[in-house]
Ligand binder design. Structure first.
Ligand code: GRG
Length: 285
């Protein structure tokens, strides 16, 4: 993982400072209640996440020969949507989790009303950020907004969550489990790849390969998560519960290989991005 480690601290520092600055600099009416809401947003945004999605976007952009400047705002918008989903997922009406990343979840620290609003604000601000920062390229801005709303809404993350929360008592088929995770986890990861491809103006054929890459990597990310969780206990509704631990690992290896095949087709068969895909399949957090 030589290449992956090189420059990783710099990439994380860049992402973290841009994310922090967005909330600090955002024009807003000065009111202590809004400042409190922003504090609760900072709490979740800074809370020790892996930043997998924006790092993936940065590495993809680098692999295609373009520095971070053009893609950064889009990637921060993605991380905001991801953060909103985690805050709302922890609420008592959803997964009811008191802890996230080893710390009290947002609603445990700030109360349910502020946690709900923090998620709402992230969801909305993500689209504001794209509209604002890509305003000079209106066609691109609309494309990115369309991609992200598709990935985050009914046809993506929210749709997947809707199947998941209403299916809790019924046994799932492998096909249904694949669908849930394709929507709930995969869509946003796929969106990172597609969005970066759009920003860099990739040709249609290459864009299609990128979509396939994102789709396989999204599934691989979920499978790796399930493998990791099952080391303590196979969670209900997870791949290991449905098909067993060994079969889940085999499936993960297959989907990882598929993702790497797409990178080879794009001529990106070495370097940090290729290593990130491998790293995901063995990750321990
Ligand atoms: C509430 C609309 C709504 C959606 C929630 C993504 C999601 C949908 C819920 C999270 C449930 C979950 C644990 C999914 C498993 C895979 C996953 C997305 C894990 C969390 O993402 P990481 O590992 O988190 O990237 P960090 O903490 O690193 O940012």
């Amino acid at each position: 993982m030589m290449e992956l480690n090189t420059g990783m601290t710099d990439r994380l520092d860049l992402l973290n400072s841009e994310i922090q600055n967005y909330l600090l600099d955002r024009a807003r009416p000065r009111h202590p209640a809004i400042e409190k809401l922003i504090e609760s947003m900072q709490y979740s945004l800074e809370g020790g996440g892996k930043r997998f999605r924006p790092l993936l976007g940065l590495l993809l952009s680098e692999a295609l020969g373009v520095g971070p400047k053009r893609v950064l705002s889009f990637l921060i918008a993605i991380e905001m949507i991801h953060t909103y989903s985690l805050i709302h997922d922890d609420l008592p009406c959803m997964d009811d989790d008191d802890f996230r990343r080893g710390k009290p979840s947002n609603h445990k620290k700030y109360g349910e009303a502020l946690a709900l609003l923090a998620g709402d604000a992230f969801l909305t601000e993500a689209f504001y950020l794209i509209a604002y920062d890509y305003a000079d390229e209106p066609e691109l801005a609309v494309k990115l907004i369309k991609l992200l709303s598709q990935a985050a809404g009914l046809a993506g993350m929210v749709g997947g969550q809707a199947i998941d929360v209403q299916d809790v008592l019924r046994e799932k088929s492998l096909q249904e489990l694949n669908l849930i995770h394709k929507l709930k986890t995969g869509a946003l990861i796929q969106c990172v790849c597609e969005g970066v491809g759009q920003i860099l103006g990739l040709a249609n054929e290459r864009q299609k390969i990128l979509t396939r890459f994102g789709s396989n990597l999204g599934l691989a990310f979920q499978l790796a998560d399930d493998v990791l969780d099952s080391q303590t206990e196979a969670e209900s509704g997870s791949f290991p519960e449905l098909i067993g631990y060994e079969e889940t690992r085999r499936y993960l290896a297959e989907v990882t290989e598929e993702a790497q095949r797409s990178l080879r087709e794009l001529g990106l068969n070495e370097g940090a991005l290729f290593e990130l895909v491998q790293f995901n399949s063995n990750r321990n957090s």
